[in-house]
Design a protein around this ligand. Structure first.
Ligand code: SF4
Length: 287
């Protein structure tokens, strides 16, 4: 009985967070799902798409009980076999990507909420009927403001902590459960990426559905090197946009060339190269 009460209270809290009283669509069976909620479905998928492991390392060095030799059916001191260790590695890899995207979204959201406030409306343009398919499907929330994106992000952060916890020694002993958790992390990654994308479009006036959106010139040749050049490298528009805003405010826009490496290209800047071209583009003096 105590358990039923707990679940009800938890669901009530979730319904409050996702504003379930707003009738945009009936609430699904698993709003803001936690690890066990979609496990059964993951297991069904994993039955059809059986994981295949081709270990890139025979050892596990994850904790001070090791190194543990996991070859020829041996188990580590914590009891895991080599398949479980491989699956744990996959989960960790998924979490690295998921947390990198979510942390980026968190940084951008913090910056934009400070600048515009949490009630800044999400408007992606006239032709967008479904603004956030991942957030709607996974979280069960129809985001209307930057503050709503914050609610979805807090959910992602919480799940990342639980998933990472399961990678600690002795927390999980089943390769299939690690695979289920990797699917969970990958699903959350799409939520985190969508949060960052929407926040950037809304907060920095990035391109929306408007057809006449100007295109950014690409490549080394697109840069006017006769001017002083500011090259912004990385993915964070919170830094690159303030450079451009400063130049505009001081009427210097035509006198300085601003370009971006990797994701940092935006309107009026030239995208000079992708990330793997960073070294050839940024020349450093030999010591
Ligand atoms: S996590 Fe387990 S298998 Fe890995 S080193 Fe520690 S005890 Fe050995």
């Amino acid at each position: 009985m105590a358990e039923v009460k707990e679940i009800t209270r938890k669901l009530e809290e979730i319904h409050e967070k996702i504003k379930a009283e707003i009738p945009w669509e009936p609430v699904g069976p698993t709003p803001m799902p936690e690890m066990p909620d979609l496990r059964q479905w993951d297991m069904r998928l994993l039955k059809t798409y059986t994981p295949f492991y081709s270990p890139f390392c025979d050892l596990c060095c994850f904790c001070t009980y090791g190194k543990c030799d996991l070859t020829e059916g041996r188990r580590g001191a914590c009891g895991i076999d080599i398949a479980t260790q491989q699956a744990r590695f996959i989960l960790l890899a998924c979490l690295m990507g998921c947390s990198a995207h979510a942390a980026h979204g968190g940084h951008i959201l913090e910056f934009l909420i400070e600048r515009h406030g949490p009630d800044k409306k999400i408007d992606l343009g006239t032709f967008i009927e479904l603004e956030a398919p991942n957030i709607r499907t996974v979280v069960g929330l129809k985001p209307e403001t930057l503050g709503d994106l914050q609610i979805a992000l807090e959910y992602v952060f919480k799940e990342i902590a639980h998933l990472l916890d399961s990678c600690h020694t002795g927390q999980e002993g089943s390769s299939l459960d690690y695979e289920s958790k990797a699917l969970h992390a990958s699903m959350l990654d799409h939520v985190g990426m969508e949060i960052a994308d929407i926040a950037q479009i809304v907060g920095f006036d990035f391109p929306t559905s408007v057809a006449e959106t100007p295109l950014v010139d690409m490549g080394w040749g697109a840069i006017d090197k006769s001017k002083p050049v500011i090259l912004v490298s990385g993915h964070n528009p919170a830094t690159s946009t303030v450079v451009i805003d400063y130049l505009r405010e001081h009427n210097l826009e035509d006198q300085v060339e601003v370009c971006g490496l990797c994701c940092t290209a935006r309107w009026k800047s030239a995208a000079c190269a992708a990330l793997h071209w960073k070294q050839p583009v940024i020349r450093t003096k030999p010591k």
